[in-house]
Design a protein around this ligand. Structure first.
Ligand code: F6R
Length: 619
């Protein structure tokens, strides 16, 4: 047996920033600012750009939104065609002008994503004190590059990397080479794209699609040189490295708000289409098919234990799926929060398959859990939405969700698409493990095909949820109760409500109420119940009575065919009828809409809730 005690090593820190670099025939200012807007969803508190005017490299930055930066940049009259940009999410060092990127020291202008762990030591060793104005680590890399720069960028980069410790995506311009951009990375991502007249790099693929559908990920510890003439990659010995091109299936149009007031609504509305796309991508002859992704029958046969690792909403998808894997496929499944994984000493054996789930594919805790699992020799499978992301690249097998770009911080369509892929995996395992015949699996798939229509039906009734939201908007606390699958649906529903409406919302397994939480219930406390499971309706009904007896106002979101079993008069929102275990789809869309409209009623910034970032690359 193998254990994972050695996973307790220190995990690297990282900063959630957005980076972009551009060389081309278009006006660099416009392209960089547009690109930074496309990276805004990652979360940030400062923004900056640097342009090459031919004479000098001009820096504009502010501890503020890209919209403010745009105003500053209006002063820039020169027609620059080369530039770099950055959005910073402060972790070390305050949100201030000085700490914003780009940094400029002597000949070097630089943006950085990551953390230079030994920066204090480096300041001391190389006597950099007098050259630094910021309180962060990134400027130290800039000062070192300047110190080592003797007209040879490669040499300066290699020398700098030989002394810094930590993680980085570094993008640099040297002031006597204003037609060139250099970049190098370790852990923090950089993806690159080009067409005949333009070259671009960025932290993720969002801004690249305007350049080309083809892109490549900059390999770690390889130096990129970008100029009008082209893009070249070099290893530290100066040998040219090959670019491994991939195709992007997102386009810029999908990233537009398309007339919706918020991305969150657009993404809720898209669920019919993206669920259909995800389902059809993995089904042949009404049977789950993962051949293209190289998931062999052997893998299904030899995996006797599943360990799911994820964060936030993706973790909730994993929790729901645990029940499915165990009930339907009889496959022992454990689910871990990625941030806790390394401390929990999970018992894993040679037949354990580690399944990581991530929309962004960049969540640092999930990525580290994946890396540790690989180091320990386990097979890894990921369910990821963003193509070319680190998790997708580093897992042994990857199944993409075809949700398209998810821009709103609150995850909606990615969650339902993750569940769709998980259902297909469950049925595939159920077949291999002789729990279902091929025909039975095919029948289940036919049921799954109803899901996109069911979620569309809920979306079309959005006004009902909008009305309902008016009743909730002034709540301070909300409690959600449910049993079995309903409890797991509510964990996600409560997260949606918390993050976009800022209402303190807790989900409880109804049976647990009497073990403590019922003490919170008083006259007029609002309790939302979820009732979608026939077997549990009578117990769930008793739990509703218990809270009503203590003065709670109860509103039940329920499967219509279960209404007849309710003996009590309570407010009801009827969902629609699917098989019990598929009810998660219409139910969660209803809760997504409720959370969304409560946030709208409160006049909140629905797509960018306070303190949150879309891509969490800080552990
Ligand atoms: C909540 C939400 C987060 C993410 C979490 C993991 O709506 O979006 O809880 O689910 O940060 O992110 P990924 O799935 O990108 O690893």
């Amino acid at each position: 047996m193998m254990d994972v005690s050695s996973l307790k090593k220190k995990v690297e820190n990282n900063i959630m920033c957005g980076i972009v670099g551009y060389i081309g025939t278009n006006k660099a200012t416009d392209i960089l600012l547009e690109s930074l807007e496309l990276l805004e969803y990652r979360g940030y508190d400062s923004a900056g750009v640097a342009f090459c005017s031919g004479k000098n490299v001009q820096v504009y930055k502010c501890p503020n939104r890209v919209a403010v930066l745009k105003e500053l940049v209006k002063e820039q009259k020169e027609d620059a065609h080369v530039g770099i940009g950055h959005t910073r999410w402060a972790t070390h060092g305050s949100v201030s002008y000085k700490n914003s990127h780009p940094h400029q020291v002597g000949q070097v202008t630089l943006v950085h994503n990551g953390i230079i762990e030994n920066y204090k030591e480096l300041i001391h060793t190389y006597h950099l004190e007098d050259q630094l104005v910021s309180s962060g680590d990134s400027e130290v890399a800039c000062a070192l590059l300047n110190l080592f720069y003797k007209k040879d960028p490669m040499e300066a980069i290699i020398k700098t990397l030989s002394v810094i410790e930590g993680t980085y995506a570094l993008v640099m311009i040297f002031s006597d080479r204003q037609e060139e951009i250099y970049a190098v990375r370790k852990v923090s991502p950089i993806v690159v794209s080009e067409n005949e007249t333009e070259r671009m790099l960025a932290s993720d693929v969002m801004p690249l699609s305007r350049i080309s559908k083809e892109y490549f990920t900059l390999p770690e510890q390889v130096i990129l040189k970008m100029s009008k003439e082209g893009i070249h990659l070099y290893d530290f010995e100066g040998h040219e490295v090959e670019k491994k091109k991939e195709r992007l299936d997102w386009d810029i149009e999908q990233m537009n708000q398309q007339g919706y007031p918020y991305y969150m609504e657009k993404e809720i509305a898209e669920q019919k289409e993206v669920l259909q796309r995800t389902l059809l991508s993995y089904v042949e002859d009404s049977f789950p098919c993962f051949e293209r992704e190289a998931l062999t029958e052997e893998l299904f046969e030899k995996s006797k234990h599943l360990v799911i690792v994820a964060c936030g909403t993706s973790y909730h998808a994993g929790l729901y799926a645990k029940n499915l894997f165990e009930k339907i496929a009889h496959l022992k499944t454990d689910v871990y929060l990625a941030s806790e994984f390394i401390y929990q000493e999970p018992v894993m054996e040679e037949d354990t398959l580690v399944l990581v789930i991530s929309q962004s594919g960049e969540t640092i805790d999930t990525l580290e859990a994946l890396r540790h699992s690989k180091e320990m020799g386990y097979q890894t499978l990921s369910i990821v939405n963003v193509k070319g992301s680190s998790i997708a690249k580093e897992s042994d097998y990857t199944l993409y969700t075809y949700a398209g770009p998810e821009i709103a911080v609150a995850s909606t369509k990615a969650y339902t698409c993750q569940l769709m892929v998980l259902f297909l995996l469950v049925y595939r395992f159920a077949y291999t493990r002789n729990r279902f015949t091929k025909e039975e699996v095919q029948q289940e798939i036919e049921e799954l095909k109803k899901v996109p229509y069911s979620v569309e039906d809920i979306y079309q009734r959005k006004e009902e949820f909008q009305e309902c939201a008016k009743e909730f908007k002034d709540e301070k606390d909300l409690y959600m109760i449910g049993r079995g699958f309903d409890y797991y649906i509510l964990l996600e529903a409560a997260l949606k409500m918390k993050e976009v409406s800022y209402i303190h919302t807790e989900a409880y397994a109804s049976g647990e109420l009497k073990h403590g939480p019922i003490a919170l219930i008083e006259q007029d406390t609002t309790v939302i119940a979820c009732l979608t499971q026939k077997d549990l309706v009578s117990k769930a009904s008793s739990n509703m009575k218990e809270v009503r007896a203590r003065g709670a106002k109860v509103i039940a979101f329920m499967k219509p065919s279960l209404e007849k079993y309710l003996e009590q008069k309570i407010s009801i929102i009827l969902l629609n009828d699917l098989k019990d275990d598929l009810m998660v789809f219409p139910a969660i869309v209803a809760f997504q809409l409720l959370a969304y409209y409560v946030a709208c009623e409160k006049g909140l910034n629905v797509d960018k809730p306070r303190n949150l970032a879309k891509v969490v690359t800080v552990e």
